[in-house]
Design a protein around this ligand. Structure first.
Ligand code: ADP
Length: 501
């Protein structure tokens, strides 16, 4: 029994042990299973955690990018506004050449639209000192102080002259602090205004400390503005220079004109006095000359008794010389009278043909004497002309007489007349000795006679052509001469067809 009991307990313990073993095996199996599951879950969890943090990072990036985008957009808007305002101001500035007007264009709306509340535009004077032309946001005392400090800072002046732009973002600390102190603002841009000649001024813009900091874009805008001001000021200065020199020129011309007018007046007075003197002297000479001539003729007539041949010869000479003198005096009198307008021209509508025929008739003996051919061509289209007949006849007589004098035998003298718009052109030509080029300019001077053989043998006064010129000019015509030595000479003159005013 004891043994049975013993066996039973062994069996029971064995069964229990087996059962326990199996149970533990099953439990172990489940445990392994669960552990594996747990491991898998923790891996998934880790992955999830990583994904979450990645998403979080991305979300942060998106927010940051959005913020930056907003800021960039705001900056862009600011720059666009500034550029628009600048463009408008530039257009206005380029339409004026007045310095004051240029400065008036740089007003508060422009500076505000560029994002600043304080502004100074200073011009560099000839004494190399700054002078304020535009100010915004500064008191008079502040400006005086700034100018004083600026004018006594050669280093800053030199840098500006070299074209440096200073700003609260890009300048070195020391310089930044100095400018901040000088202008009393934290955010600023200080740019030189340059022209071709170098720096002509500077522009300053600034903001209080609580305003946003200046950007590179602001610097660019202010540099553009400084350039535009420089160009406009340069144009205005150039215009002013041109205007000033034109005024100086004008006043000089006026002064010179005044001097010339007074000189002309003097000449006219002298000329009048000369004419009056000649006229008076000629008159005084003419009376005794007439008696000399009369007495000579009387003696020659033999009415006062017979005279010997030698005396007759001398008396004849007295007579001829007196004739020459009378002619000279008459010519002188005529010239001075025409000059002083004492001789009135009697204008009438006259045909040229009869005048020329008359002159031909008058001079036929001289023409025959030298066997000179005579040609007269008056264009059929030549209308009658308003002229003083007796004076124009004198012109022809003088010119033709000279032509006869200086043309050898068998030569030709021709007169041609043709109309040309509202004038007629007359040519008196000969085939005579001609006139050299150096004598031509003096030909119409009073008493001028060319030094040639004919003149040495023939008496003359040198007044004929001078008188001719005065008569033509009194008709408001023109006279000139063309000639070739040993070939011939042509005198050309014009006369207005209608009555001269
Ligand atoms: P004059 O005949 O009394 O010398 P004029 O005034 O008529 O004075 O002429 C001035 C000079 O012009 C003359 O002396 C002469 O030398 C020159 N002259 C004028 N007409 C002619 C001509 N047709 N040919 C050459 N020389 C001329």
């Amino acid at each position: 029994m004891d043994s049975l009991n013993q066996i039973n307990w062994t069996a029971v313990w064995s069964i229990i042990a087996v059962i326990l073993l199996i149970g533990m095996g099953i439990l172990g199996f489940f445990l392994v299973q669960k552990t594996q599951e747990l491991q898998r879950s923790s891996m998934v969890l880790k992955k999830l955690q990583r994904s979450f943090s990645e998403i979080d990072e991305q979300a942060k990036l998106i927010v940051k990018t959005d913020l930056e985008l907003h800021r960039a957009r705001a900056e862009l808007d600011k720059r666009l506004n500034g550029l628009e305002a600048l463009q408008k101001t530039s257009r206005l500035m380029s339409t004026t050449l007045d310095q004051n007007e240029i400065f008036q264009r740089i007003d508060q709306p422009l500076i505000t639209s560029l994002g600043f509340e304080k502004n100074l535009i200073l011009l560099y004077t000839e004494e190399k000192k700054f002078q304020c032309r535009v100010d915004l946001g500064f008191s008079k005392e502040e400006i005086t102080k700034i100018l004083k400090n600026l004018n006594s800072d050669p280093t800053l002046n030199d840098s500006l002259r070299e074209g440096y732009v200073f700003s609260s973002v890009s300048s070195v600390k020391q310089r930044r602090e100095k400018i901040t102190q000088m202008f009393g603002v934290e955010h600023f841009i200080l740019s030189p205004i340059a022209a071709q000649t170098g720096m002509i001024g500077l522009i300053f813009v600034g903001n209080r400390s609580d305003a946003s900091a200046v950007t590179a874009g602001d610097e660019e805008l202010i540099s553009i503005l400084a350039n535009q001001i420089g160009q406009s000021l340069e144009n205005a200065q150039l215009f002013e220079q041109v205007y000033r020199s034109s005024q100086i020129l004008e006043s000089r011309v006026q002064e010179r004109t005044k001097q010339l007018a007074s000189a002309l007046e003097d000449v006219q007075t002298i000329s009048k006095n000369k004419s009056e003197f000649i006229s008076a002297v000629s008159h005084e000479l003419r009376t005794p000359l007439t008696s000399i001539k009369g007495y000579a003729s009387l003696l020659m007539s033999g009415k006062l008794g017979e005279i010997s041949e030698p005396i007759h010869e001398r008396l004849d000479k007295i007579n001829k010389h007196s004739d020459n003198l009378v002619k000279l005096i008459n010519d002188l009198l005529d010239i001075s009278r025409i000059e002083s307008r004492k001789t009135e021209m009697r204008f009438d509508r006259c045909a040229l043909q009869p005048i020329i025929e008359n002159v031909h008739d008058l001079l036929t003996p001289q023409l025959r004497e030298k066997n000179i051919n005579w040609l007269a061509e008056v264009d059929e289209a030549t209308p009658p002309v308003f002229l003083d007949r007796s004076h124009i006849e004198r012109v022809f007589i003088n010119l033709v007489s000279n032509a006869i004098k200086f043309t050898p035998v068998h030569g030709t003298i021709s007169i041609r007349v043709r109309p040309d718009n509202d004038i007629i052109v007359v040519q008196v030509s000969d085939t005579g000795i001609g006139i050299s080029a150096q004598d031509i300019p003096k030909l119409f001077d009073e008493f001028y006679r060319v030094d040639n053989e004919i003149n040495q043998n023939l008496k003359g006064t040198g007044l004929g052509l001078s008188l001719v010129k005065k008569i033509i000019e009194a008709h408001q015509g023109r006279i000139w001469v063309t000639s070739e030595v040993n070939k011939g000479t042509t005198f050309h003159f014009t006369l207005p067809i209608e009555k001269p005013s």
